[in-house]
Design a protein around this ligand. Structure first.
Ligand SMILES: [Zn+2]
Length: 95
């Protein structure tokens, strides 16, 4: 049952094929990663800690951008209310 186990290139341990991520090729065939899920996760963690500043910066920018949109909406909402009140007062004042 050789095809059910595979060597991980990273940790050099023979593991079951279930321990590797599957990917679908354009040809429609599946192939497995050369590194096991555990090593893949570790690499992701290392990449994250290496690029932590970058991740956090883009996250911060995203939040700031969205906050601006929310603030803009509130501004527009207040403007509409002010216009409504003015119009209402004018009508009330004219009659
Ligand atoms: Zn591994």
């Amino acid at each position: 049952m050789d095809y059910l186990v595979k060597y991980c290139e990273n940790c050099d341990i023979e593991k079951y094929i279930n321990d590797f991520h599957f990917r679908l090729k354009k040809s429609g065939k599946y192939y497995t990663n050369n590194i096991c899920k555990k090593c893949h996760n570790n690499r992701s963690k290392i990449n994250y800690s290496k690029n932590k500043d970058k991740y956090l910066k883009s996250q911060k920018e995203y939040v700031e951008k969205n906050n601006k949109i929310v603030q803009h909406d509130i501004f527009i909402q207040e403007l509409k209310v002010n216009i409504y009140i003015k119009q209402h007062l004018q009508i009330a004042g004219n009659s």
